[in-house]
Design a protein around this ligand. Structure first.
Ligand SMILES: Nc1nc(=O)c2c([nH]1)NC[C@@H]1CN(c3ccc(C(=O)N[C@@H](CCC(=O)O)C(=O)O)cc3)C=[N+]21
Length: 436
């Protein structure tokens, strides 16, 4: 099964090297040294990890990204064999790959097992190298959409409203519960920043940390406990969950009236329908729209292109843009001409999870670019040795766009601000308090 998937993926992506491992975290160092070879060969490479971990290890991610030779994307979990399976650490030429069976067959790859792998890194010149050449050409009129600032304003509004709720309910405040399974570093950071934001605006936060090997039953039980707790108005199950846990079942267990992430099928379903109002809209897509609205950017009648089709960003973002009267195209890893389609967009929302996927030539002059990506890339000049970049090659796009969000400081802080808004709205519904 795994061999078939790997072969399919390799032929789809026209890669030279395929690295496969059970977990980036465990095999980081081995991968790093293999990737050095890859780098020297100027090969195209894809790394797979069985665990759905995308970013975490500085030791791996920067190497993967070094020189933009590689793009990687963790796929869904496959059959879980025993040891870390690092079979294909083979920096081979394409010819050699063919000789061992990795043909460029070009078959369409469809079906549930198809991994989401982007294959459009045509230009192997690292984005960084081009940057300095173009930086002189930046349009002075381009608007930098400051997500951090806008999120701060929203947090102030939320804080004022929380105070009003408190005074009208003899001291009751909104409550947000977070369920974290396992000990992923990045997840802990996110949960920490969400708790901090809650504190800033007067929302009470609850946290339940479950061990990585918890059973689905245990996770569902914790969700149930928060469902029954009247001081909790929002429940957030931090994603991704460990692979032995059925995400669909856990998310469906969240009381739809406390689903501040907006991931409950009923909320998503209503979002997809005309004339229905979901109780909650997913935070990141809502944050993108809010950035547009608060920057006085018209959505109505505009052509919007959403890059990526995930359940948590791409798909709900496309639905939300339609609710706002945009004409929407969704570009994904099987779209043959993503640059061409994106180049027709007035508004681009990039949510593919691939660093620097969107290059300058993808952007129509004057387009508005919202970059949802959060990717770590190697940067020796940075204190930690890596830095955060988006799905958009910022310095190229900034020469074309009329407005653009940075990473960090763009969509990220808005996700948290929208979570606070959703929690506040939920509490107001529970307390029977209307908007003033
Ligand atoms: N059930 C669930 N709901 C989520 O909303 C959810 C999730 N699971 N799993 C993980 C992702 C990721 N996420 C982020 C939130 C804020 C920033 C953020 O504030 N980023 C800052 C900086 C971060 C930094 O510097 O490290 C920025 O972009 O400026 C990033 C990422 C929410 N997620």
């Amino acid at each position: 099964m795994r061999a078939i998937l790997l072969r399919r993926a390799a032929s789809a992506a026209r890669v030279d090297v395929l690295l496969y491992t059970q977990s980036f975290a465990r095999t980081g160092e081995i991968l790093s040294s293999s990737l050095l070879h890859v780098k020297q060969m100027h090969a195209r490479c894809i790394c797979f990890a069985e665990s759905a971990v995308k970013v975490p290890h500085a030791s791996v991610t920067p190497s993967v990204h070094a020189g933009n030779l590689a793009h990687y994307k963790c796929t869904r979990s496959y059959a879980s064999d025993t040891d870390a399976y690092l079979s294909l650490v083979r920096p081979l030429s394409s010819n050699k790959l063919s000789s061992i069976g990795f043909h460029r067959v070009g078959i369409p790859i469809l079906g549930v097992d198809s991994p989401e792998i982007w294959t459009h890194h045509k230009d192997l010149r690292p984005c960084q190298a081009i940057l300095d050449e173009v930086s002189a050409k930046v349009e002075p009129s381009v608007i930098l959409i400051d997500g951090k600032l806008i999120a701060e304003r929203i947090k102030q509004e939320v804080a004022e409203e929380v105070a009003r709720v408190k005074s009208q309910t003899a001291g009751k405040v909104p409550g947000l519960a977070m369920v974290l399974v396992g000990l992923r570093e990045d997840a802990k950071t996110y949960v920490w920043s969400k708790k901090k934001a809650c504190k800033e605006v007067g929302i009470e936060s609850f946290e339940e940390n479950l061990p990585e090997d918890s059973s689905e039953e245990e996770v569902v039980n914790v969700v149930g406990k928060f469902n029954d707790d009247p001081s909790v108005h929002g429940i957030l199950v931090q994603l991704p969950l460990p692979k032995h846990i059925n995400e669909e079942r856990v998310l469906a267990a969240v009381n739809v009236e406390k689903d501040v992430d907006g991931f409950h099928p009923l909320n998503i379903g209503k979002l997809a329908m005309q004339g229905r109002s979901p109780l909650f809209v997913p935070c990141t897509p809502r944050g993108c729209i809010e950035l547009l609205l608060r920057s006085n950017i018209d959505i109505k009648g505009k052509h919007a292109v959403v890059i990526g089709r995930s359940n948590i960003v791409g798909t709900p973002a496309a639905m939300l843009l339609q609710q706002h009267q945009a004409t929407v195209s969704v570009v994904h890893s099987y779209t043959p001409n993503p640059a061409e389609i994106t180049n027709r967009a007035d508004i681009v929302i990039a949510a593919a999870g691939v660093a620097h996927l969107v290059r300058g030539d993808w952007i129509k002059p004057g387009a508005v670019v919202i970059d949802v990506g959060i990717n770590l890339i190697e940067d020796p000049s940075a204190k930690k040795g890596y830095r955060l970049v988006g799905d958009v090659c910022f310095k190229e796009a900034v020469t074309k766009a009329s407005a653009i969000t940075p990473v960090p400081g763009g969509v990220g802080p808005m996700t948290i601000a929208m979570l606070l808004c959703n929690t506040l709205e939920s509490a107001k519904r529970a307390f029977g308090i209307s908007d003033q």
